[in-house]
Design a protein around this ligand. Sequence first.
Ligand code: 5GP
Length: 201
Amino acid sequence: MSKGQLIVLSGPSGVGKSSIVKKVMERHPKLRFSVSATTREKRPGEVDGVSYYFVSREAFQTMVERDELLEHAEYVENCYGTPAKPIDEALDLGYDVLLDIEVQGAMQVMERRPEAVTIFIAAPSFAELERRLTGRGDTAPDKIRKRLETARREYTFAPRYDYLVISETGKVEEAADEVLSIIKAAHCRTENRIHYLKEEL
Ligand code: 5GP
């Protein structure tokens, strides 16, 4: 049995990342979502242990000190990190594992796990991203401005990712198709298939 693929997905707030992740999860039976630890407050509808592990700053710090996190970063005044153990267990069982993390954490994963497949999700244009953030209607103008500033910073990391998926408005299915194709291609990499030729080489 082949080991699973580690897949890293990043993209700014408002780009439609969670809808894409949801579709990809529905369509890929051997894909597990990596549940991160975070110090941020739980939002309505979120479930501890499913959306995130909601932890205190102290508990988070202990995880960092014990080197239990594959990566961690601070984002909008909260800490986020990826527990390493569940990922390795799933990969060893042949499951692909999807990380939905911001750019600083993604850079750490690229460093520590060079075999990871990294995907940046962007909007078709910055104007469109602004429209989407404004269109949500639940966010104050200065919050929207801050999110756009953050998005600009995040975009500067996009060239370092292996793949770029453009999330066209209303086309979640198409973006999910692209992500699934990338995952499929990763499985076909020679290094992941070479064991088939063991006898011949
Ligand atoms: P939110 O608080 O809106 O759920 O997530 C905010 C940002 O944190 C998103 O860009 C999300 O991808 C990122 N994020 C979630 N979990 C992790 C993590 O474990 N590590 C890092 N570096 N970023 C994360």
